[in-house]
Write a protein that binds this ligand. Structure first.
Ligand SMILES: Cc1cc2nc3c(=O)[nH]c(=O)nc-3n(C[C@H](O)[C@H](O)[C@H](O)COP(=O)(O)O)c2cc1C
Length: 401
């Protein structure tokens, strides 16, 4: 679609054609403990994605809260070099937000205390990881099956946080027969958790199908602490729709911003009642991609950075003409110079492909039967922490929620 075809309603896909922009004072800043977040938008924790370089890039486009990828408590407490790097930030990042992965209240509490010493302003805990190896040991999205374990984790974290807000991110449940979000949300609130985020899918669904926003509305109606809705925000107008439909207090944006950090500019504009700017054309996307690469190189060094850029190149170029040949070429780059060379003969005027607005990035597709430990459902009152199965290097390979 040429720019002129975008029409008076701007760059919107059909589902959002008639969604009104935010009215004056229609939405309030998201309150997470002492933090007031405007617009009420949170960058989802994403393993291998939301490291400091990407958070900083997103922040330059917009505003909101930008959460780190999940950081394993065990790796962090053991001083694993890579885990500590992934948890790190730079002075310009305020507020600074870290997601903890742990199923052991003692480790989680200790990690929170250390993070607070290190100046972190917000801590989240991941109770949504659907990875088989994790749930099979009772971790991740299996934890909310045991409300007393949720309570123990929340209590340990909140009591070590010295006023820094702690939030919880979870899924609807294991599957449609074993929904856990209502009870986990109630327990979280009771234990002083400042807000809960709900990825409105079950662990069985992984990333398939559409997120069930009605579960977000249901949770919101039951809790007095803020509820963050998560699942399928591909365009800024989806965020407005989600907040209107569910009355949730803020949105968490995951896959929609993969290769599209300017989505945060669009979100800021839509929440301010302004029609979002058109997305960048291919020439502008190339500059953003190269900026991202330079940031990764500065943070991780060239070898790791260029390896990571392979997936980013695929996401940034998704939907553009000849993008599969381009992606193929970019998969082999090993240096910044090769990356530059691989991008020279693009048509910089090619407009952003509207079809790519809702094209799934990252994960989608398959479902699973969730593995739980043998006899796991026999005693739901049990609060024994499961044994940890992640090591730090492994955690980054997984999708965590
Ligand atoms: C590549 C990838 C990595 C993820 N890693 C994490 C993680 O570390 N912690 C977490 O809570 N959720 C993680 N998630 C889940 C997202 O935070 C989010 O809940 C999910 O993608 C649904 O939101 P979306 O529909 O906007 O993508 C990950 C998702 C993806 C695609």
């Amino acid at each position: 679609m040429a720019e002129s075809e975008a029409g008076a309603s701007g760059w919107r896909s059909d589902v959002n054609r008639d969604v009104p922009l935010a009215g004056k004072a229609e939405f309030a800043p998201l309150r997470i403990g002492p933090l007031a977040v405007w617009p009420p938008v949170v960058l989802a924790p994403m393993a291998g994605v939301t490291n400091y370089p990407f958070r900083a890039l997103c922040r330059e486009f917009g505003a909101g809260l930008y959460v780190s990828e999940m950081i394993t408590a065990r790796g962090y407490l053991n001083g694993n070099r890579r885990t500590v790097l992934l948890a790190s930030s730079r002075e310009d990042e305020t507020p600074r937000s870290v997601q903890v992965y742990s199923s052991d209240p003692k480790d989680a509490g200790e990690m929170v205390a250390r993070l607070v010493d290190d100046g972190v302003h917000h801590v989240d805990i991941n109770l949504g990881c659907p990875v088989r190896k994790v749930t099979a040991h009772g971790g991740g999205s299996a934890i909310p099956v045991k409300p007393r374990l949720v309570a123990a984790l929340a209590h340990a974290m909140v009591s070590n946080a010295r006023g820094v807000p702690v939030t919880m991110k979870m899924r609807k449940g294991i599957d449609e027969e074993l929904l856990t979000y209502r009870e986990a949300g109630r327990v979280a609130q009771e234990e002083g958790i400042s807000a809960v985020g709900l990825h409105a899918r079950t662990a069985a669904q992984l990333y398939s199908g559409e997120a069930d926003w009605s579960a977000i509305a249901d949770l919101k109606s039951r809790l007095s602490i803020p509820v963050l809705g998560n699942g399928d925000i591909w365009e800024s107008f989806d965020a407005l729709r989600m907040m209107r439909e569910t009355r949730c207090d803020g949105v968490i944006v995951g896959r929609g911003c993969l290769g599209r950090p300017w989505l945060f500019r669009e979100l800021a504009q839509a929440f301010d009642g302004v029609e979002p700017e058109r997305p960048p054309n291919l020439g502008e996307v190339r500059e953003i991609l190269l900026d991202h690469a330079r940031r990764l190189i500065e943070f991780f060094g060239p070898v790791t950075a260029l390896q990571q850029m392979r997936k980013w190149c695929a996401w940034y170029t998704k939907g553009f003409r000849n993008s599969s040949a381009l992606r193929e070429r970019l998969q082999r780059v090993e240096t910044y110079e090769q990356l530059l060379a691989g991008l020279v003969d693009l048509d910089p005027t090619e407009p952003f492909p509207t079809a790519a607005l809702r094209a799934h990035r990252g994960k989608s597709g398959r479902t699973q039967t969730v593995s739980l430990p043998l006899g796991y459902l026999d005693d739901l009152e049990d609060a024994t922490p499961p044994c940890e199965v992640f090591d730090a290097a492994e955690a980054e390979k997984y999708d965590g929620g």
